[in-house]
Design a protein around this ligand. Structure first.
Ligand SMILES: Cc1ncc(C[n+]2csc(CCOP(=O)(O)OP(=O)(O)O)c2C)c(N)n1
Ligand code: SF4
Length: 277
């Protein structure tokens, strides 16, 4: 039987704002399938976003949702998780939202290992505002603010997350949608800060400017570029040029989770105070 997406969608908020050929809809559906597989009660989910095309996603879903300010989603999400540790807190963020204006929140959430799942929709560009370059725009790519080609080296989001202390790091793509369902499920099941970089196509502000003839071309590029990490790791170095690994790239279980540490401390202090009374 076909999956019933409507059960999770706020019909009154449609039509969505995403352009024809944007891959955000593919990822949106993957997230709904993942949540459905986990059999979570929608009232137990908080989905938080900042600002951008990616960040519009929570508006379309019938979970507890919060559309906040640009780059600050993880700050709001941290507050929600601290106040309601039993909720499943998810954040959806664009590459600009997560690693430019929100870069500080990103590294500190990773460092704290708070039990939040962050989905970074990486389309290599600021989509919503018309195609300014972001920290993930590949060197040489054209953007409105890099009209002669980007001269900045770009962030590798999984490496950044791992370096900052995230205990689960994965990469998926809109092309490999079935695999993406599994990555989101595993990320949500992980206790601690989980980061899933999800490669997306923005044909409107990135693809057209960078010699992709169509959205399909962008998806085919994803198909050729991203290899399962196991296969990638077996390649000789010369064959990895222009390729990137996908799948679960790093996972460490059993590290202290931030809310547990905090509430453990509160309980300990209460006990001490009672002992003194
Ligand atoms: C404080 C602040 N600065 C700048 C903006 C303008 N702005 C809105 S969305 C955006 C970039 C979005 O890019 P990204 O996060 O990569 O998401 P995408 O639109 O590509 O999904 C910017 C700069 C804003 N809304 N608020
Ligand atoms: S501008 Fe780009 S990211 Fe935004 S909806 Fe259009 S295709 Fe998607």
């Amino acid at each position: 039987m076909a999956f019933n997406y409507d059960q999770y969608i706020r019909g009154g908020k449609l039509p969505h704002i995403w352009c024809p050929g944007c891959t955000y809809g593919i990822v949106f559906k993957s997230l709904l399938r993942a949540v459905d597989t986990l059999k979570l009660n929608r009232d137990d989910i908080a989905l938080v976003s900042g600002i951008g095309c990616a960040s519009r996603l929570p508006g379309y879903v019938d979970f507890n949702t919060l559309h906040t300010t640009h780059g600050r989603a993880l700050g709001f999400a941290t507050g929600i998780k601290m106040a309601k540790p039993d909720k499943h807190v998810l954040v959806v963020s664009g590459d600009g939202d997560a690693t430019a204006i929100g870069g500080n929140h990103f590294i500190h959430a990773c460092r704290r290992n708070i039990d939040i799942t962050l989905l970074v929709f990486n389309n290599y560009i600021y989509g919503m505002t018309g195609g300014q370059y972001s920290p993930t725009t590949p060197s040489g790519h054209l953007a409105t603010t890099m009209p002669y080609g980007n001269i900045d080296p770009s962030f590798n989001i999984p490496e950044l997350a791992k370096g900052a202390g995230a205990s689960f790091v994965a990469r998926g793509t809109a092309y490999h949608a079935a695999g993406l369902d599994k990555l989101i499920i595993e990320a949500m099941q992980h206790k601690g800060l989980s980061v899933v970089e999800i490669m997306n196509a923005c044909p409107t502000t990135h693809g057209r400017r960078n010699k992709f003839k169509s959205p399909t071309d962008m998806l085919l590029w994803m198909k050729d570029t991203f290899l399962p990490a196991v296969a990638f790791d077996k390649l000789p170095p010369e064959k990895t040029v222009g390729k990137l690994p996908m799948g679960v790239l790093y996972k460490k279980e059993g590290l202290p989770e931030y809310c547990e540490t905090y509430y453990g401390l509160v309980a300990r202090l209460k006990k001490q105070r009672e002992g003194r009374a």
